[in-house]
Design a protein around this ligand. Sequence first.
Ligand SMILES: CC(C)(COP(=O)(O)OP(=O)(O)OC[C@H]1O[C@@H](n2cnc3c(N)ncnc32)[C@H](O)[C@@H]1OP(=O)(O)O)[C@@H](O)C(=O)NCCC(=O)NCCS
Length: 204
Amino acid sequence: MTLLESVRSETLREGSIPVLETKRLKMRAPRHGDVKAVATLANDRRIAENSARIPHPYGADDAAQWIASVNAQLNDHAGETAFVITLADGTLIGACGFGLLREGAPEIGYWLGSAYWGQGYATEAVHAVIDYAFDDCGHDALQAGARVTNPASRRVLEKCGFQWTGVGLYRIRALNSSAPIDRFRLDRGLWSSLKAWGMARRVV
Ligand SMILES: CC(C)(COP(=O)(O)OP(=O)(O)OC[C@H]1O[C@@H](n2cnc3c(N)ncnc32)[C@H](O)[C@@H]1OP(=O)(O)O)[C@@H](O)C(=O)NCCC(=O)NCCS
């Protein structure tokens, strides 16, 4: 690594959270200056009702509380690791992260503002966050849950290699009740194999 590369990668980090770059997206730690954009995008019943913990309505106080609470205790794998998802021009379009919310492996979660749905952005962002969770954080597996009425989220998980493990009930804060969910799991070994296979296919 050259001195320039070393300086650049340090500059790109905010606290202990790196900037993840994909073909079209950048993911970085949320900042206080993101409150307005996060609150505007996340104040959408379709997002809240498909997420476990996002309230509806969702205001600036909710966004500020989320930003202040994430990325706090990363050394022992506790707490929630969160990124905001931005386009190359810096426009904030959503969020993605993972944390030990339930028993077992860390659980991955994500949402996008509705104007950005249907363009492959969630899949692209989740891919990068999975890489980070396995390669940088050393997790051996990730889990996820998608409401049975949420085929788009299910498809994102399937495109990222997650395997269906069964059904369950999650408490949905915005519904003030529980709802059936499909549960998914991705092990590090399967992810590595899928990536190697994808790379082999691109080479051919
Ligand atoms: C779920 C969500 C993140 C998807 O974001 P996105 O950027 O549109 O997702 P992608 O474009 O990467 O992939 C969506 C896939 O679902 C498919 N899809 C979308 N709506 C669908 C439907 N009603 N039925 C079946 N498949 C559907 C798309 O065709 C695409 O699959 P493809 O690439 O094979 O065609 C977004 O809709 C969202 O934020 N929803 C509200 C919050 C949420 O559900 N979060 C997930 C919590 S588990």
